[in-house]
Design a protein around this ligand. Structure first.
Ligand SMILES: Cc1ncc(C[n+]2csc(CCOP(=O)(O)OP(=O)(O)O)c2C)c(N)n1
Ligand SMILES: [Mg+2]
Length: 293
């Protein structure tokens, strides 16, 4: 596929989608009085690009057999996935406020038995790439020209099953399988660093790229908050060279809300009224009257 020219308006449109995903993440977690924040915010730009540019999908026909498949392997960040799906038209945005309620389709971790538009249930870290691998093999067997994308966390890449799937994918030369790693250098707790607030990253610098390459994958790297760079990486990834491709996206956990950025303890936390107001202001969203003052 020839690279498509991406104009400034396209980039601005995708950036606005990412901003709206972040707003929805904060609003949803605030109303649910719980939920993850750091990981959803780091993945917002990647999800905007995927759902509004990269994935060949039909929200009004979710079971379209030739759709690209998407496995959101870092399922704990489901709020951002649901926000992207709502904005793309899979279900009304208001439904986001049912997040994590017992009878909601939007469970704390994505459940495809509740929300059939999902290609996979996730939440137990490490398993998503294996499912994506199976989908890519199945598509090849059926002669379907679709691609399979899987979004993983960098902490998740400590799971052994990730590497079992990685080795099998390259052994089969599945070049329509594309993994993306949200490389925000933090996990839930991790190993303590110099101070109580600091945490060591799950991988040493450069280690993640070297590992994927050693497992036979083509490795692309991109700034995961630079929309033009993200789209360019996805376009390059679509030109298969006989190997599966991983895009290592450099991101910041909590991106977009100053007091959450780079702080491991914002992985999951209750958002207080004043924090909600500040986060909305920073995201350029009118501060809701009920918490403004
Ligand atoms: C198998 C498994 N072990 C532990 C957890 C609990 N858990 C949820 S999120 C998380 C940290 C994930 O870190 P990372 O993959 O880097 O995600 P991100 O930084 O994008 O939030 C952990 C340990 C889990 N969901 N699954
Ligand atoms: Mg991480």
């Amino acid at each position: 596929m020839a690279a498509q020219v991406l104009g400034e308006t396209d980039i601005a449109r995708l950036e606005e989608v990412a901003r709206r995903i972040r707003v929805a993440v904060i609003r949803t977690a605030y109303h649910a009085k719980g939920g993850h924040l750091g990981g959803p915010l780091s993945a917002a730009d990647l999800l905007a690009a995927l759902f509004f540019r990269v994935l060949r999908i039909r929200p009004d026909e979710p079971a379209w057999p030739d759709r690209d498949r998407f496995v959101f392997s870092k399922g704990h960040s489901s709020i951002a996935l649901y926000a992207a799906m709502a904005l793309r038209g899979y279900f009304p945005e208001d439904e986001l406020l049912t997040f994590d309620a017992p009878d909601s389709r939007l469970q704390g971790h994505p459940d495809m038995t509740r929300l059939p538009a999902l290609d996979m249930s996730t939440g137990s870290l490490g398993m998503g790439l294996s499912a994506a691998l199976g989908m890519a093999l199945g598509a090849r067997l059926l002669g379907r020209e679709l691609r399979v994308y899987a979004l993983l966390g960098d902490g998740e890449c400590q799971e052994g099953e990730v590497w079992e799937a990685a080795f099998v994918a390259s052994r089969y030369g599945l070049d329509r399988l594309i993994a993306v790693v949200d490389h925000n250098r933090l996990q839930q707790y991790g190993w303590q660093g110099a101070t109580l607030e600091e945490r060591l990253p799950p991988h040493r610098p450069g280690e993640l790229a070297a590992k994927w390459a050693a497992f036979g994958w083509r490795v692309l790297q991109a700034d995961g908050h630079d929309m033009a760079a993200i789209v360019a990486a996805f376009e390059e990834a679509a030109n298969g060279d006989g190997r599966p491709t991983v895009i290592i996206a450099d991101t910041v956990k909590g991106r977009g809300v100053s007091f959450m950025e780079g702080k491991f303890y914002w992985h999951t936390r209750i958002v207080k009224d004043e924090e909600y107001a500040q986060a909305m202001a920073e995201l350029g969203e009118p501060v809701p009257a009920e918490v403004a003052g």
